[in-house]
Design a protein around this ligand. Structure first.
Ligand code: GLN
Length: 278
């Protein structure tokens, strides 16, 4: 037995709604497009067309996995970030749309033609690759402690033909020289948030998400390291938990930091901290 395009969509939306998926229609359409190649417009026009048996089998498999809260991006195998198509995989943070604002803030503030940029905890390589793509002649290094991320970021760079330098290591380990810009979206959720996390988050590793009792353990280490690795006048740009942005801003030592500013994400919550090194 197989379904028409319209019936398959309806069925998936029902299953996803029962499973508590926040955007059941969008997810159903994306999965249908992934399996059949039919664009979302085409899905409407061809709603009376029957799916092939193999397509229906594959779609059911994806549907069950999504209903058990496997992230849509992992099922598709990719996501888009700052206009770049990036491969994603289990255990690595899936780039979030709010992080695109961090990239925009860095691009707006960059004054140099060939800045040396460092992205700490790069994951898929999203921030580093977006900056490399947008800033002419930028020299971008990305680090991650997780070898899976290092490989993934290298693969993404290769696919996009971008010359990203990727290094495995803990934060600043093994880096030398100074940078004009240091950027990071570190793990920043307080450990206690694990109790109430969205089911999808268990597909990303905890070390990509959580950072100590208040969520600031890694961010504090990044601030300390950035003092040693930024040029004078260089910028540190961080994404943080809205509960914590002003806390970390208060902790910045005026001896090392000339100025700092907090910026909101698109939903109006404080999420970004930019600081200029003396
Ligand atoms: N913004 C992510 C979330 O809320 C957390 C990502 C991070 O820790 N950098 O799921």
């Amino acid at each position: 037995m197989t379904f028409t395009v319209g019936q398959a969509l309806k069925h998936m939306v029902e299953v996803f709604t029962v499973a508590g998926i926040p955007s059941p229609h969008v997810d159903a359409e994306f999965l249908l497009e992934h399996v059949t190649g039919l664009s979302r417009v085409r899905q409407l026009m061809d709603r009376h067309v029957f799916l092939e048996h193999a397509e229906w089998d594959q779609l059911q498999d994806f549907m069950h996995r999504r209903a058990s809260r496997e992230p849509l991006q992992l099922l598709l195998g990719y996501t888009y970030f700052y206009g770049l198509r990036l491969k994603v995989c289990e255990g690595v943070l899936i780039p979030r749309p709010e992080t695109e604002t961090l990239v925009s803030l860095v691009i707006e503030r960059n004054m140099k033609m060939k800045p040396r940029i460092l992205d700490i905890g790069t994951g898929t390589g999203a921030i580093a690759l977006a900056l490399l793509h947008e800033i002419p002649f930028s020299d971008v290094t990305a680090t991650d402690i997780n070898p899976v991320c290092v490989r993934l970021a290298q693969q993404n760079a290769h696919k996009l033909s971008l010359r990203l330098k990727v290094q495995q290591g803990d934060l600043f380990a093994g880096l030398d020289g100074f940078f004009e810009i240091i950027v990071s979206n570190p793990p920043y959720l307080p450990d206690a948030d694990q109790a109430s996390e969205m089911p999808e988050l268990k597909y990303e590793s905890n070390i990509a998400l959580y950072s100590g009792g208040d969520g600031l353990s890694l961010a504090r280490r990044i601030v300390t390291g950035a003092v040693r690795h930024l040029k004078s006048g260089g910028i540190l740009a961080l994404e943080l938990d809205p509960r914590n942005v002003k806390v970390l801003q208060e902790e910045l030592d005026r001896k090392f930091w000339a100025a700092s500013e907090v910026y909101p994400d698109l939903t109006g919550q404080d999420r970004f901290l930019l600081a200029m090194k003396r």
